[in-house]
Design a protein around this ligand. Structure first.
Ligand code: ADP
Ligand code: MG
Length: 310
């Protein structure tokens, strides 16, 4: 490994990234994800991801928005390598200069295209630091970009022709997780060639009991969220997902709703969040498109009546 670049990457990123002991046992990882990251992930998913990593294969998390793909991906990469991963939110105009490295124009003018004027970017830096990269919303990138990344993962090395240099991965820490939402309209399809090379894991909305647990884990201690209120919220969310509304709420929206309802109840000086407080907070979280307002309204009031009657 090139020492100059290693020192440079260490100087730029090394001191700021979080570090921890790596965890490569799926069962232990599951527990840490719950206790420290407040993420519920089933052990099978973790095992598959780790198996892919042992094989040096990239992983693709596919599923609807708000199902934890980004946060779980980030946490798993961190547990695997023991270092915080790099996050790359994709855009149409990503190219190798923005993800591998480029030259500082002023320094390059003085010193030429040398290592001194070269600025290492996330993928090269991750390879040098031996940590992971989360490539978020891969469908928003070009096919050319996708192929470039796959080639790097396959060969576990990066060539920078301008420097006449080859950088090799040092250990198993350098791994990639892609995320994607297949229902997002107007995004690029992933090619068969891409899909063939990744280990694909599908994400879906959790079962009701699991969502109730997630809300309880992620909301404030006070004012308390009674089981009846949580159950009401989870039911409303589940029914809305199956309706024809434009904005489908994810687990992330459910958690936001729970927190907002708590704040509403708190401002009103209550000890407990009642269903009416949840209704009060609902519109801000669940109606993201004006066209959805009527459906949300009717589901909220129908389920409220149901709860109060039962
Ligand atoms: N399995 C889960 N465990 C805990 N929280 C979850 C889970 N899935 C979703 N969430 C909630 O959603 C948020 C993360 O969503 P995010 O990773 O952005 O989803 P995506 O990338 O799929 O759109 C978390 O902050 C949490 O509130
Ligand atoms: Mg995401």
């Amino acid at each position: 490994m090139d020492e100059y670049m290693e020192r440079k990457v260490e100087e730029i990123y090394g001191k700021t990234i979080r570090r921890r002991a790596p965890v490569r046992n799926p069962r232990v990882a599951k527990r840490i994800l719950e206790d420290e990251y407040k993420l519920v992930v089933d052990e099978k998913t973790i095992t598959l991801v780790y198996a892919a990593f042992y094989n040096g294969r990239p992983v693709l998390f596919e599923g609807p928005p708000g199902t934890g793909k980004t946060e779980i991906g980030q946490a798993l990469l961190e547990l695997w390598s023991g270092k915080e991963p790099f996050i790359l939110p994709c855009s149409e105009n990503y190219d190798e200069y923005r993800v591998i490295g480029d030259f500082h124009p002023l320094i390059a003018m003085k010193k030429g295209f040398t290592e001194e004027s070269f600025i290492p970017r996330p993928i090269l830096s991750a390879l040098i630091l031996d940590t992971g990269v989360l490539i978020d919303e891969i469908r928003r990138s070009s096919e050319e970009f996708q192929n470039m990344v796959l080639d790097i993962i396959d060969k576990r090395r990066i060539i920078v022709p301008e420097l006449k240099k080859l950088f090799k991965a040092k250990g198993l820490g350098f791994q990639v997780i892609f995320t994607s939402n297949p229902e997002d309209i107007g995004q690029n399809e992933l090619s068969d060639a891409f899909l063939r090379r990744v280990v694909r894991i599908e994400f879906s909305y959790p079962r009701r009991e699991l969502e109730e647990r997630i809300v309880n884990m992620r909301t404030l201690d006070k004012p308390s969220l009674p089981a009846g209120t949580v159950n009401y919220m989870v039911r409303v969310i589940d029914i809305l997902r199956q309706s024809n509304i434009l904005y489908k709420p994810g687990t992330s929206d459910l958690v936001e709703w729970g927190r907002l309802a708590q704040l509403v109840a708190k401002i009103l000086g209550k000890e407990k969040v009642e269903i009416d407080d949840a209704v009060e907070a609902a519109y801000a979280v669940l109606v993201k498109r004006p066209e959805d307002a009527d459906t949300v309204e009717s589901v909220l009031s129908r389920e409220r009546d149901e709860s109060l009657a039962g």
